[in-house]
Ligand binder design. Sequence first.
Ligand SMILES: *Cc1c(COP(=O)(O)O)cnc(C)c1O
Length: 412
Amino acid sequence: MKKLISKLIHGNILDIPKDPYRSLKMPIYDTASFDFENSQALEDAFLGNRDAFLYSRSANPTIAELQNRLQLFSGSNDCLCVSSGMAAISSVVLSICNAGDNMISTKYLFGNTYSLFTKTLNSVGIETRFADLEDFTALEKMIDSKTRAIFLEILTNPQLIIFDIKRLAQLADKHKILLIVDNTILTPYIFECSKYGVDVEITSTTKFISGGATSVGGAIMTYNSDKWQNIPKLKESFDKFGKQALNKKLTKEVYRNIGCCLSPNNAYLQLLGLETITLRIDKICENTLQVAKFLDVHKKVEQIIYPSLKNSKYYDLAKELFQLKSGPLIHMEFKSKKDCYKFMDALKMVRRGTNFCDNKSMIIHPHSTIYCEFIESEKASMRINDKMLRLSVGLEDIEDILEDIEQALLKI
Ligand SMILES: *Cc1c(COP(=O)(O)O)cnc(C)c1O
């Protein structure tokens, strides 16, 4: 088995111990604890001298299979699944940064990630320096001896900016700091972190991987890196575990101690989601491009941003990095907030709510919802204004999506 879709459906067939009942699906091992045949076996398991499941906060067979499948999906060295995308981000930062250390990032971040960086992590002495990741000279000046990583989303939401990942990887290599990419919106199917010098990939499995917003979860994938040894907090783990330094720091300490484990039920749903993910992504990207083209020439819409449109500033990068599959999100602007609300409220099939990469098309007014905790100047610095909507195109028939949008546009 060489190709991606077969691997996502079957996993490592030869490596998985056969289920006693030969279940073709990985069962949900909904148990907190596991039984041992004798005291020596239990001691050996605790010492790490034999592979065994001990307690589901640390490891569980259903979750382990999801990790194996995500590792195949991404081509990463290791994968660790956690309870949410936010748990993935916070666990990684807490594994590489001590108080007094800093990271470089951008203000164009998922809202809760920005809040995590500016409030929660900042309050324990981990600083995030917000840079213009398109201005490499200014960015380089921000790096100092306490900088541990550059953190970015490969396609920002809802601004839909694509950063030049190759240049950022060169910079991270030059300064021996980690390059961490949140690849939630695209997944390894569209953007392959393994090809671009990314050290750590983070994904919210809640989105595309869950198979249609079935469950919340997150994953941390680590790649071959010669930089683990340059991160003081990973030094001890590097000396013991080499290229598995970050994964082991997480599983043997940070993830285990924080207790942000995924539930086996969610792991099961996400395993199902992975079986059909490529079909769903292909169809959603096709639908989204059609919707973007339709809106782009519509006279009631002031502005449309979608990187696969030829007039997009990021068209060339979308072509090079994503083969023009730019995901499900469209940024659309009207003349006023009032028009945004009128349009949203007139939609009959497209749902109002806060999610994306869903099978259902969804829409939200980010300024009054996702970003409501931030003051106006902060919102402006994140390019969030009250005239914009974020549309996440779903899997429905394109005729129905376009018909719904067209009739709602008549109400403005
Ligand atoms: C949704 C999302 C997150 C957070 O994931 P949760 O599973 O909701 O915690 C982080 N980053 C990006 C880019 C997201 O879209």
